[in-house]
Design a protein around this ligand. Sequence first.
Ligand SMILES: NC(=O)c1ccc[n+]([C@@H]2O[C@H](COP(=O)([O-])OP(=O)(O)OC[C@H]3O[C@@H](n4cnc5c(N)ncnc54)[C@H](O)[C@@H]3O)[C@@H](O)[C@H]2O)c1
Length: 251
Amino acid sequence: MGSFQDRVAVVTGAAGGIGAGIVRALAAGGAHVVATDRVDGLADKVAREVGADGPRWAAVSADLAADDGADRVIGAAIERFGRLDILVNNAGGGIIRPFLDHTLETMRETVDRNLWTSVLCCRAALPHMRDAGYGRIVNVGADSVRNGLFEHAMYNAAKGGVHGLTTGLAREFAPFGITVNTVAPTGTDTPTVLSRPPDAVERYRKTVGLIPLGRFATVEEVASAVTYLASGAAGFITGQVVSVNGGTAML
Ligand SMILES: NC(=O)c1ccc[n+]([C@@H]2O[C@H](COP(=O)([O-])OP(=O)(O)OC[C@H]3O[C@@H](n4cnc5c(N)ncnc54)[C@H](O)[C@@H]3O)[C@@H](O)[C@H]2O)c1
Protein backbone atom coordinates (compact mmCIF):
# COMPACT_ATOMS: atom_id res chain seq x y z
CA MET A 1 0.00 0.00 0.00
CA GLY A 2 1.45 3.38 -1.03
CA SER A 3 1.37 6.37 1.29
CA PHE A 4 -1.34 8.03 -0.84
CA GLN A 5 -3.73 5.06 -0.87
CA ASP A 6 -7.34 6.33 -1.27
CA ARG A 7 -6.20 9.97 -1.45
CA VAL A 8 -7.53 12.10 -4.32
CA ALA A 9 -5.15 14.60 -5.91
CA VAL A 10 -5.64 17.27 -8.56
CA VAL A 11 -2.44 18.07 -10.47
CA THR A 12 -2.40 21.09 -12.79
CA GLY A 13 -0.01 21.49 -15.71
CA ALA A 14 -0.03 17.69 -15.82
CA ALA A 15 1.04 17.48 -19.47
CA GLY A 16 4.27 19.35 -18.81
CA GLY A 17 7.65 18.01 -17.75
CA ILE A 18 7.43 18.49 -13.98
CA GLY A 19 3.64 17.91 -13.92
CA ALA A 20 4.07 14.49 -15.55
CA GLY A 21 6.66 13.61 -12.91
CA ILE A 22 4.28 14.65 -10.12
CA VAL A 23 1.44 12.58 -11.60
CA ARG A 24 3.80 9.60 -11.85
CA ALA A 25 4.98 9.95 -8.24
CA LEU A 26 1.50 10.42 -6.73
CA ALA A 27 0.04 7.53 -8.73
CA ALA A 28 2.98 5.32 -7.71
CA GLY A 29 2.02 6.09 -4.09
CA GLY A 30 -1.56 4.96 -4.77
CA ALA A 31 -3.32 8.34 -5.21
CA HIS A 32 -6.27 8.74 -7.56
CA VAL A 33 -5.12 11.60 -9.76
CA VAL A 34 -7.24 14.13 -11.61
CA ALA A 35 -4.81 15.56 -14.14
CA THR A 36 -5.52 18.82 -15.87
CA ASP A 37 -3.88 20.95 -18.56
CA ARG A 38 -4.93 22.95 -21.59
CA VAL A 39 -3.05 20.94 -24.24
CA ASP A 40 -4.34 18.33 -26.71
CA GLY A 41 -3.78 14.63 -26.04
CA LEU A 42 -3.83 15.01 -22.24
CA ALA A 43 -5.55 11.67 -21.52
CA ASP A 44 -2.95 9.71 -23.52
CA LYS A 45 -0.11 11.36 -21.65
CA VAL A 46 -1.70 10.70 -18.26
CA ALA A 47 -2.40 7.06 -19.14
CA ARG A 48 1.31 6.61 -19.86
CA GLU A 49 2.34 8.17 -16.51
CA VAL A 50 -0.15 6.27 -14.35
CA GLY A 51 0.30 2.92 -16.12
CA ALA A 52 -2.24 0.17 -16.73
CA ASP A 53 -1.91 -1.24 -13.20
CA GLY A 54 -2.05 2.16 -11.48
CA PRO A 55 -4.89 3.68 -9.47
CA ARG A 56 -7.99 5.20 -11.05
CA TRP A 57 -7.48 8.59 -12.70
CA ALA A 58 -9.21 11.24 -14.80
CA ALA A 59 -8.01 13.85 -17.28
CA VAL A 60 -9.84 17.17 -17.60
CA SER A 61 -8.84 19.75 -20.22
CA ALA A 62 -9.22 23.33 -19.07
CA ASP A 63 -7.69 26.78 -19.25
CA LEU A 64 -7.30 27.34 -15.53
CA ALA A 65 -6.85 31.09 -15.83
CA ALA A 66 -10.14 31.59 -17.63
CA ASP A 67 -13.75 31.70 -16.54
CA ASP A 68 -14.86 28.46 -14.94
CA GLY A 69 -11.85 26.23 -15.80
CA ALA A 70 -10.74 25.68 -12.20
CA ASP A 71 -14.31 25.12 -10.96
CA ARG A 72 -14.86 22.46 -13.66
CA VAL A 73 -11.70 20.59 -12.73
CA ILE A 74 -12.34 20.55 -8.98
CA GLY A 75 -16.00 19.71 -9.66
CA ALA A 76 -14.89 16.74 -11.78
CA ALA A 77 -12.67 15.45 -8.95
CA ILE A 78 -15.54 15.62 -6.44
CA GLU A 79 -18.02 14.06 -8.87
CA ARG A 80 -15.69 11.19 -9.85
CA PHE A 81 -14.07 10.41 -6.50
CA GLY A 82 -16.28 12.11 -3.91
CA ARG A 83 -13.44 13.99 -2.20
CA LEU A 84 -10.34 16.11 -2.72
CA ASP A 85 -7.31 15.73 -0.46
CA ILE A 86 -4.44 17.22 -2.45
CA LEU A 87 -4.12 20.11 -4.89
CA VAL A 88 -0.82 20.61 -6.71
CA ASN A 89 -0.74 23.96 -8.48
CA ASN A 90 2.01 23.17 -10.97
CA ALA A 91 0.65 24.88 -14.12
CA GLY A 92 2.81 27.78 -15.16
CA GLY A 93 5.94 28.43 -17.12
CA GLY A 94 7.90 31.50 -17.98
CA ILE A 95 8.02 33.91 -20.85
CA ILE A 96 11.62 34.73 -20.05
CA ARG A 97 12.98 37.89 -21.62
CA PRO A 98 14.34 41.29 -20.60
CA PHE A 99 11.65 43.29 -18.80
CA LEU A 100 11.46 46.02 -21.44
CA ASP A 101 11.06 43.45 -24.24
CA HIS A 102 7.76 42.26 -22.81
CA THR A 103 4.50 43.35 -24.37
CA LEU A 104 1.42 43.91 -22.26
CA GLU A 105 0.18 40.62 -23.68
CA THR A 106 3.24 38.58 -22.60
CA MET A 107 3.15 40.22 -19.16
CA ARG A 108 -0.53 39.30 -18.71
CA GLU A 109 0.05 35.78 -20.02
CA THR A 110 2.89 35.30 -17.51
CA VAL A 111 0.62 36.29 -14.63
CA ASP A 112 -2.27 34.22 -16.03
CA ARG A 113 -0.20 31.03 -16.34
CA ASN A 114 1.51 31.22 -12.98
CA LEU A 115 -0.60 33.25 -10.55
CA TRP A 116 -4.20 33.21 -11.75
CA THR A 117 -4.18 29.44 -12.29
CA SER A 118 -3.08 28.97 -8.66
CA VAL A 119 -5.48 31.55 -7.21
CA LEU A 120 -8.51 30.14 -9.02
CA CYS A 121 -7.70 26.49 -8.26
CA CYS A 122 -7.25 27.34 -4.56
CA ARG A 123 -10.56 29.20 -4.57
CA ALA A 124 -12.34 26.22 -6.11
CA ALA A 125 -10.66 23.57 -3.90
CA LEU A 126 -10.64 25.18 -0.45
CA PRO A 127 -14.37 24.93 0.37
CA HIS A 128 -14.22 21.13 -0.12
CA MET A 129 -11.04 20.78 1.97
CA ARG A 130 -12.46 23.04 4.70
CA ASP A 131 -15.66 20.98 4.89
CA ALA A 132 -13.63 17.77 5.11
CA GLY A 133 -11.23 19.18 7.73
CA TYR A 134 -8.20 18.05 5.73
CA GLY A 135 -6.17 19.32 2.79
CA ARG A 136 -2.72 19.59 1.29
CA ILE A 137 -2.04 22.37 -1.19
CA VAL A 138 1.38 22.40 -2.82
CA ASN A 139 2.19 25.23 -5.21
CA VAL A 140 5.11 25.18 -7.61
CA GLY A 141 6.88 28.52 -7.37
CA ALA A 142 10.40 29.40 -8.43
CA ASP A 143 13.75 29.82 -6.72
CA SER A 144 14.42 32.74 -9.09
CA VAL A 145 12.15 34.84 -6.85
CA ARG A 146 14.91 34.59 -4.23
CA ASN A 147 17.95 35.17 -6.42
CA GLY A 148 16.61 37.49 -9.13
CA LEU A 149 17.72 35.38 -12.08
CA PHE A 150 18.65 36.95 -15.45
CA GLU A 151 15.66 38.25 -17.43
CA HIS A 152 13.20 36.80 -14.90
CA ALA A 153 11.62 40.01 -13.52
CA MET A 154 8.13 39.45 -14.94
CA TYR A 155 8.16 35.72 -14.17
CA ASN A 156 9.36 36.48 -10.63
CA ALA A 157 6.53 38.99 -10.20
CA ALA A 158 4.02 36.24 -10.99
CA LYS A 159 5.76 33.50 -8.95
CA GLY A 160 6.32 35.93 -6.06
CA GLY A 161 2.54 36.26 -5.99
CA VAL A 162 2.29 32.48 -5.62
CA HIS A 163 4.77 32.56 -2.72
CA GLY A 164 2.70 35.31 -1.09
CA LEU A 165 -0.55 33.41 -1.61
CA THR A 166 1.07 30.49 0.21
CA THR A 167 1.72 32.26 3.51
CA GLY A 168 -1.65 34.02 3.56
CA LEU A 169 -3.68 30.88 2.84
CA ALA A 170 -1.56 28.80 5.24
CA ARG A 171 -2.48 31.05 8.15
CA GLU A 172 -6.14 31.43 7.17
CA PHE A 173 -6.83 27.72 6.63
CA ALA A 174 -4.63 26.14 9.31
CA PRO A 175 -7.62 25.87 11.70
CA PHE A 176 -9.27 23.53 9.17
CA GLY A 177 -6.42 21.01 8.96
CA ILE A 178 -5.23 22.38 5.63
CA THR A 179 -1.54 22.98 4.92
CA VAL A 180 -0.33 25.22 2.11
CA ASN A 181 3.28 25.17 0.94
CA THR A 182 5.33 26.02 -2.12
CA VAL A 183 8.13 24.07 -3.77
CA ALA A 184 10.50 26.50 -5.49
CA PRO A 185 12.70 24.78 -8.07
CA THR A 186 15.76 26.20 -9.72
CA GLY A 187 16.25 25.30 -13.39
CA THR A 188 14.92 21.79 -13.94
CA ASP A 189 15.84 19.42 -16.77
CA THR A 190 12.45 18.79 -18.34
CA PRO A 191 12.20 17.50 -21.94
CA THR A 192 11.47 21.09 -23.06
CA VAL A 193 14.47 22.53 -21.23
CA LEU A 194 16.73 19.77 -22.58
CA SER A 195 15.63 20.43 -26.17
CA ARG A 196 16.31 24.16 -25.76
CA PRO A 197 16.95 26.28 -28.84
CA PRO A 198 20.58 27.29 -29.48
CA ASP A 199 19.98 30.86 -28.28
CA ALA A 200 19.03 29.55 -24.83
CA VAL A 201 22.22 27.52 -24.38
CA GLU A 202 24.23 30.45 -23.06
CA ARG A 203 21.55 31.30 -20.47
CA TYR A 204 21.49 27.61 -19.40
CA ARG A 205 25.29 27.68 -18.92
CA LYS A 206 25.14 30.93 -16.95
CA THR A 207 22.36 29.55 -14.72
CA VAL A 208 24.20 26.29 -14.02
CA GLY A 209 27.18 28.45 -13.03
CA LEU A 210 25.10 29.90 -10.15
CA ILE A 211 24.20 26.47 -8.73
CA PRO A 212 26.71 25.16 -6.16
CA LEU A 213 25.78 21.55 -6.99
CA GLY A 214 26.70 22.34 -10.60
CA ARG A 215 23.66 21.13 -12.52
CA PHE A 216 19.91 21.60 -12.98
CA ALA A 217 17.43 19.64 -10.86
CA THR A 218 15.84 16.48 -12.20
CA VAL A 219 12.07 16.23 -12.53
CA GLU A 220 12.12 13.44 -9.92
CA GLU A 221 13.93 15.67 -7.39
CA VAL A 222 11.25 18.34 -7.71
CA ALA A 223 8.42 15.77 -7.66
CA SER A 224 9.74 14.15 -4.48
CA ALA A 225 9.63 17.49 -2.60
CA VAL A 226 6.06 17.98 -3.84
CA THR A 227 4.93 14.50 -2.78
CA TYR A 228 6.51 14.89 0.66
CA LEU A 229 4.62 18.15 1.29
CA ALA A 230 1.45 16.52 -0.09
CA SER A 231 1.76 13.59 2.30
CA GLY A 232 0.28 13.02 5.72
CA ALA A 233 3.83 12.98 7.12
CA ALA A 234 4.24 16.72 6.40
CA GLY A 235 1.32 17.69 8.64
CA PHE A 236 3.27 20.21 10.75
CA ILE A 237 4.78 22.08 7.80
CA THR A 238 2.73 24.97 6.47
CA GLY A 239 3.32 28.41 4.96
CA GLN A 240 6.79 27.41 3.74
CA VAL A 241 8.64 27.98 0.50
CA VAL A 242 10.92 24.98 0.10
CA SER A 243 13.68 25.53 -2.44
CA VAL A 244 14.91 22.63 -4.57
CA ASN A 245 17.83 24.61 -5.87
CA GLY A 246 21.17 22.85 -5.48
CA GLY A 247 22.16 25.55 -2.98
CA THR A 248 21.63 28.53 -5.32
CA ALA A 249 19.98 30.69 -2.68
CA MET A 250 20.63 29.74 0.93
CA LEU A 251 18.03 30.65 3.60
N1 LIG B 1 11.55 23.73 -15.69
C1 LIG B 1 12.12 24.66 -14.94
O1 LIG B 1 13.31 24.98 -15.13
C2 LIG B 1 11.33 25.35 -13.85
C3 LIG B 1 12.03 26.11 -12.88
C4 LIG B 1 11.32 26.73 -11.86
C5 LIG B 1 9.95 26.62 -11.81
N2 LIG B 1 9.29 25.91 -12.78
C6 LIG B 1 7.82 25.84 -12.68
O2 LIG B 1 7.46 24.47 -12.61
C7 LIG B 1 6.14 24.30 -13.18
C8 LIG B 1 6.20 23.22 -14.26
O3 LIG B 1 7.16 23.64 -15.22
P1 LIG B 1 7.63 22.76 -16.47
O4 LIG B 1 9.05 23.06 -16.68
O5 LIG B 1 7.16 21.36 -16.33
O6 LIG B 1 6.83 23.54 -17.62
P2 LIG B 1 5.94 23.00 -18.83
O7 LIG B 1 5.75 24.15 -19.75
O8 LIG B 1 6.52 21.73 -19.37
O9 LIG B 1 4.57 22.65 -18.10
C9 LIG B 1 3.69 23.63 -17.63
C10 LIG B 1 2.28 23.20 -18.02
O10 LIG B 1 1.35 24.19 -17.51
C11 LIG B 1 0.30 24.29 -18.45
N3 LIG B 1 -0.41 25.57 -18.32
C12 LIG B 1 0.12 26.82 -18.40
N4 LIG B 1 -0.86 27.73 -18.31
C13 LIG B 1 -2.03 27.05 -18.16
C14 LIG B 1 -3.40 27.43 -18.04
N5 LIG B 1 -3.76 28.73 -18.08
N6 LIG B 1 -4.33 26.47 -17.91
C15 LIG B 1 -3.98 25.15 -17.89
N7 LIG B 1 -2.70 24.72 -18.02
C16 LIG B 1 -1.74 25.67 -18.16
C17 LIG B 1 1.00 24.19 -19.82
O11 LIG B 1 0.10 23.83 -20.85
C18 LIG B 1 2.09 23.15 -19.54
O12 LIG B 1 1.72 21.84 -19.95
C19 LIG B 1 5.74 25.66 -13.73
O13 LIG B 1 4.92 26.31 -12.78
C20 LIG B 1 7.07 26.38 -13.88
O14 LIG B 1 6.91 27.78 -13.85
C21 LIG B 1 9.95 25.28 -13.79
